[in-house]
Design a protein around this ligand. Structure first.
Ligand SMILES: Nc1ncnc2c1ncn2[C@@H]1O[C@H](COP(=O)(O)OP(=O)(O)OP(=O)(O)O)[C@@H](O)[C@H]1O
Ligand SMILES: O=P(O)(O)OC[C@H]1O[C@H](OP(=O)(O)OP(=O)(O)O)[C@H](O)[C@@H]1O
Length: 220
């Protein structure tokens, strides 16, 4: 396709990217909450938006299914460190949306610091197995990782794990499940990512978009 394809995920990334795109002169014409269509038109005939799972955005952009994408740093780093990463994505702009942090949380009655000090083996449930492995390896903490795809908060409550590695924003999900944040690992926001081949071949089309998005981010 000679135009531009932009990969977004439904929900907070779509909602938070929309105003930035608007400021850059791109208006999405279809409402993903009202239609089942996965390709959305914009006011610019050569720009379209494809809707994919948040964790599939890097894959689409890496393999050229989309030229540009928006994804959380959590998803990007987890993808890069994983078996299908390949390091092929450019990350030219922090959009400073969907801000949260990656943290370790446990039940209030689990003494995480003592477990770390004593060199205990900690069972950690997470969807971010690559990031969690790196974090605990850097600290020299022994962990048994348990891969989950969602509802991480349940793991310490059911005895599946001692701790979780998950995203925290307001902290209300942890609070509602009687969990406490015991360690902050990484601040997270969503970034614009580019397919490197598209970045070269569609340079003239992508550069002004990047400049306007950068201006929109700075003006916020
Ligand atoms: N509570 C939150 N507050 C702010 N940003 C968040 C929060 N939760 C997640 N994010 C950010 O938004 C991104 C998208 O999250 P979202 O919940 O839309 O997708 P998901 O359901 O986790 O993804 P998938 O469908 O691939 O499992 C995350 O990768 C993260 O960077
Ligand atoms: O600190 P808080 O403000 O409570 O936010 C943290 C929650 O947000 C994310 O879930 P999300 O709302 O995206 O649900 P999902 O991942 O299950 O879609 C994350 O997995 C936490 O559960």
């Amino acid at each position: 396709m000679s135009g531009l394809t932009l990969a977004l995920s439904k929900g907070r990334i779509f909602d938070d990217t929309l105003p930035l795109l608007k400021a850059a002169g791109i208006e999405v014409l279809d409402d993903p909450e009202k239609s089942r269509a996965l390709i959305l038109r914009t006011n610019l005939p050569d720009v379209r938006v494809v809707l994919v799972r948040a964790s599939d955005v890097p894959t689409y952009v890496q393999h050229g299914g989309a030229d540009v994408g928006v994804a959380g740093l959590d998803v990007l780093l987890e993808h890069e460190a994983g078996p299908y990463g390949g390091g092929a994505l450019l990350r030219p702009l922090d959009l400073q949306i969907a801000r949260c942090r990656l943290s370790v949380a446990t039940r209030a009655d689990f003494d995480y610091q003592a477990a770390v000090r004593q060199g205990a083996r900690i069972r950690v449930a997470t969807k971010y197995t690559q990031l969690a492995r790196q974090h605990f390896a850097d600290k020299g903490v022994h962990v048994d990782l348990i891969k989950l795809y969602g509802s991480m908060e349940l793991a310490p409550l059911t005895g599946l794990a001692d701790a979780i590695v998950d995203l925290v924003s307001t902290g209300s999900t942890l609070k509602a499940n009687d969990l406490v944040e015991v360690e902050k690992i990484l601040p997270i926001s969503s970034h614009l990512v580019l397919n490197p081949v598209a970045a070269k071949l569609k340079r003239e089309r992508i550069r002004p978009l990047l400049n306007s998005l950068q201006a929109a981010v700075q003006a916020r």
